[in-house]
Ligand binder design. Structure first.
Ligand SMILES: Nc1ncnc2c1ncn2[C@@H]1O[C@H](COP(=O)(O)OP(=O)(O)OP(=O)(O)O)[C@@H](O)[C@H]1O
Ligand SMILES: [Mg+2]
Length: 597
């Protein structure tokens, strides 16, 4: 049952891959034609020099004209086989690289439009590896597979035919002996594959360990854990040595052992052929009901050559099959990414001018059914008001923001903007209504100026600088090596707080009607924090804004403070009202001030 299902999956993948081949069928046809040409040119050689040998073998009777003709033919066949091999490779390369380029693009498009839930619930390393490494495995598999399978199968069929024509009895002997060669090659290939797989897994462990050390270097040093880290590294490294050694020694066996088997086959053909030559000088020999076909030294030499050519592809094909299997496995992983449904952008309601009234009605949500989070949440936010969201870590503040932004679908209830159900507004239009600064700011590896103009492509340099000034980041940008043209790659030191300031500058340019600020929980010095507050106050004027605050001192002037705990709003009111209530907020506030915050 399981096997049947697997087969179904595999044939599905093949069909899918074929749809990607379709636009490039010209290359497939080219590869087909050139591989026929290539095989024909390679196979004609032995016959030509076999004839040449026969034309010069008689004592004092060398037919120079015939030898010259055969030599010319041989040279032409070598030139043509090289040319057709080159064209064949060109066709296969173009086909494979174009195909994987398309696959990679589609996978990337799929990620760009994937739902937040998908990205949140899948390991980034794994998704990255699918788009980059798995696609490479497909290209390697197809490159080898298409080129070698095409020529290999053709070589086998053609040599078989020619051998049967030259001498069907020795041909039968060769066919009977071939499975030995195949068996040896398959046995080694299977073991090599196993060892390589183990090697890749241990390599992964080693990379992960090194990455962990680099990522947590400060912590490792701080706790004097270097020794343990080195020990662990050495242990994995030793295992890598062991499996690597094994894998290499297995794969190093392929050549000598298949060569040995092939040599045995050649020897059998040689001995048998020699006997035939002696028995049938010039003419076939009739032994009762049996006729031994005529055989010559030249034809024997050609035959040995064909027998060699015939066995070779078998060894290669078992390798190719393994590679193709890997390619199919990888294709399955890539298709999973491509098939990931994107966000549903549909929606009909138009929202020409947004005032900024927001109403949450009986909203329910949880990331997983087992763990309840937000239940029956009701909220009425008047346009232009400032809402602060506070509560202990993990209480659902960021989740509330995620729902407001429609990063996740509600499990129950509705959100209304200016009385229109958010679900009815096209998603891309809806998101334009909000400017948001997340807990973890995202900056792309481009220039500072580009990052500020993110979402406002047409902004002039002047507007960008103005926005930066308004968001209090002009001074630190000017201190960067290349000012606004500094690329924000990993080695540029921009603190978490400065990143948030850059994100605020970004919003200043776009100027959306509603704002969301999810304060960073850590890594922000008081000065930067004050700047963030001031910058945010500036753009908040007249806009509906949500601030997720970790430092209560920053939200004293909020129109409404929502106090959350375990996914629900447990208290709601102004700062003064909540203090007077002497409830959760009162204790939260006092505890922060007691700690001197
Ligand atoms: N993508 C997710 N998948 C599953 N569970 C999640 C996900 N994001 C958050 N959670 C869980 O949901 C709960 C609320 O998380 P949330 O991020 O909303 O808390 P928070 O109030 O913003 O906390 P903090 O103050 O630390 O930022 C937590 O228990 C958290 O573990
Ligand atoms: Mg949070």
């Amino acid at each position: 049952m399981k096997n049947k299902r697997l087969k179904g999956v595999k044939s599905g993948i093949t069909r899918r891959l074929l749809t990607y081949v379709k636009p490039y069928r010209g290359y497939v046809a080219g590869a087909f034609v050139f591989s026929i040409l290539y095989v024909a040119c390679v196979l004609i050689g032995p016959v030509l020099y076999g004839w040449a040998i026969d034309a010069m073998i008689g004592k004092g009777a060398v037919d120079f004209a015939e030898v010259a003709k055969m030599t010319t033919g041989f040279i032409v066949s070598v030139v043509f086989s090289s040319l057709s091999q080159k064209f064949l490779n060109n066709c296969v390369n173009s086909l494979c690289y174009k195909l994987v380029r398309d696959l990679r693009r589609e996978a990337f498009y799929s990620i760009t439009s994937a739902r937040v839930k998908y990205v949140d619930t899948h390991a980034q390393g794994d998704v990255m590896s699918r788009v980059v490494n798995d696609v490479d495995v497909i290209s390697d598999g197809l490159l080898q597979g298409v080129a070698q399978l095409f020529t290999g199968v053709m070589t086998i069929l053609a040599t078989l035919a020619v051998m049967f024509v030259i001498n069907y009895i020795i041909a039968i002997v060769v066919v009977v002996l071939t499975p030995v060669s195949m068996f040896v090659a398959a046995f080694i290939a299977k073991n090599t594959f196993k060892s390589y797989k183990r090697q890749v897994a241990v390599q992964g462990e080693l990379t992960a360990h090194t990455k962990e050390l680099l990522g947590g270097q400060k912590t490792v040093i701080l706790f004097n854990e270097e020794k343990y880290s080195v020990q662990k590294f050495e242990e994995i490294d030793q295992r890598l040595y062991d499996v690597g050694w094994k894998a290499q020694s297995f794969s190093a066996l392929v050549n000598p052992s298949t060569r040995f088997v092939n040599a045995v086959i050649s020897a059998v053909v040689g001995v048998l052929g020699a006997i035939f030559c002696i028995l049938t000088v010039g003419d076939s020999l009739v032994l009762g009901a049996f006729t031994l076909p005529a055989f010559s030294v030249g034809m024997l030499s050609a035959f040995i050559s064909y027998a060699n050519q015939y066995t070779k592809p078998f060894n290669e094909i078992s390798n190719v099959v393994t590679q193709l299997q890997n390619a199919f496995a990888s294709a399955g992983r890539v298709f999973e990414v491509i098939d990931e449904p994107g966000e549903d952008l549909a929606g009909e309601a138009a929202l020409p001018v947004c005032r900024g009234d927001i109403r949450l009605e009986n909203v329910g949500f949880s990331y997983s059914p087992e763990q309840k989070l937000i239940e029956n949440l009701n909220l009425d936010v008047k346009a232009g008001s400032k809402i602060a969201v506070v509560g202990p870590t993990g209480c659902g503040k960021t989740t509330l923001i995620n729902l407001l932004m429609r990063f996740y679908d509600l499990n129950a209830g509705n959100i209304y903007v200016d009385g229109v159900n958010a679900k009815d507004i096209p998603l891309d239009e809806y998101r334009k209504l909000f400017g948001m600064v997340l807990q973890e700011s995202f900056l792309s590896g481009e220039t500072v100026a580009y990052n500020i103009s993110y979402g406002a492509e047409n902004a002039t340099r002047e507007q960008i600088e103005q926005a930066a000034k308004a968001a209090y980041c002009d001074f630190f940008i000017r201190n960067l090596e290349e000012g606004y043209d500094t690329r924000l790659s990993d080695n540029v030191n921009v603190s978490q707080g400065e990143k948030q300031l850059l994100c605020i500058a970004r919003i200043m340019l776009v100027n959306p009607p509603m704002l969301i600020l999810d304060e960073a929980t850590s890594n922000i010095d008081t000065m930067t924090e004050m700047r963030i507050q001031k910058a945010f106050q500036k753009i908040m004027k007249g806009k509906t804004s949500f601030i997720v605050a970790h430092r209560l001192s920053t939200i004293l002037d909020a129109d409404t403070i929502l106090v959350m705990d375990h996914g629900s709003v447990i208290e709601q009111g102004t700062h003064a009202e909540l203090l007077a209530k002497k409830g959760f907020y009162y204790h939260l506030y006092n505890s922060q001030f007691a700690r001197g915050e």
